[in-house]
Design a protein around this ligand. Sequence first.
Ligand SMILES: Nc1ncnc2c1ncn2[C@@H]1O[C@H](COP(=O)(O)OP(=O)(O)OP(=O)(O)O)[C@@H](O)[C@H]1O
Ligand SMILES: [Mg+2]
Length: 325
Amino acid sequence: MSSSVATPPLQPEELSPATALAGALVDACAGAVRAPRASIENCVVALLSGGHVMIEDVPGVGKTVLGKSLARAAGCAFSRLQCTADLLPADVTGVTVWDQNAAAFLFRPGPVFANVILVDEINRASPKTQSALLECMEEGQVTVDGETRVLPQPFMIIATQNPVEYEGTFPLPEAQLDRFAVRVAIGYPAPEDEAGMLLDLAGHDALEGVVAVTDEAGVMAARRVVERVHADPSLAHYVVGLVGATRRDPRAELGASPRAGLALLRAAKARAVVHGRRYVEPEDIRALAHPVLGHRMILTPDARARGALSGEVVADALAAVPVPL
Ligand SMILES: Nc1ncnc2c1ncn2[C@@H]1O[C@H](COP(=O)(O)OP(=O)(O)OP(=O)(O)O)[C@@H](O)[C@H]1O
Ligand SMILES: [Mg+2]
């Protein structure tokens, strides 16, 4: 039974400003960080689909630079959290303090009251602080001293982390990783790119050239366009087929959740906008399957011991499920 409310089809003149904005965001980041275009694009897809992004890679490949350049290009109120083991939940959400002049308790908002929040090295924060953050991500609100406060919109977390086997880190539980719409990696640049970077950066900061290409209202307008992108019912079935295949895979203890499927279709709509289309194509879903599903599965201990990777489960699902025409 269909319960969708009839919205008028998206017109080309409504699509083009959103596509132009997406292109400007990608270009702004690409000017600062040497990263595969698809990785940058996936960060923009998360921003435009109302999701959060996890940038996960080894040290020194430009994770922080990518996060900061996206935040700066988006032109929204920005804050940054540098995570350490002693960062407290109140350092994230804010505190109520006694104001002598007002003779009252006043709420002093924490860094989470911004539009784009760079949470650097999230796996260095204690589990308690991580869970305070993840509550904000899931619910778009904060409860401090029994009072609930709604966070501003847009609200996006850009988290970075190194792969987990480092001292003094608290790996995020898979259930919490599920809150991130996409996970992106950067990888090492090609040798000629890396040499170019050394020459470019000798003496100045990679972020210097990044300027805001939009603002809060611009991001929200583009999100509304993304929501109206057409997805044929066959594509919803395709997504269900893919997540279902991950659940049946013997290597997976826990396959991709319905939330993962929802995130995949939503991200596919944003990718369609990035590529200047008013409708989702199977390729949007295929291109996003790894970044959207890869971090949301738990492999069996046996599969892990044999060195299996969740990426293989996703790849096999892509190979097994017939692509709709
Ligand atoms: N791909 C890249 N493009 C542009 N600059 C880069 C890139 N990789 C590294 N750099 C430069 O190297 C320095 C380190 O980058 P950055 O701080 O972003 O790394 P990181 O991945 O966040 O590392 P860590 O995991 O240690 O936090 C920065 O000064 C940045 O200018
Ligand atoms: Mg960093």
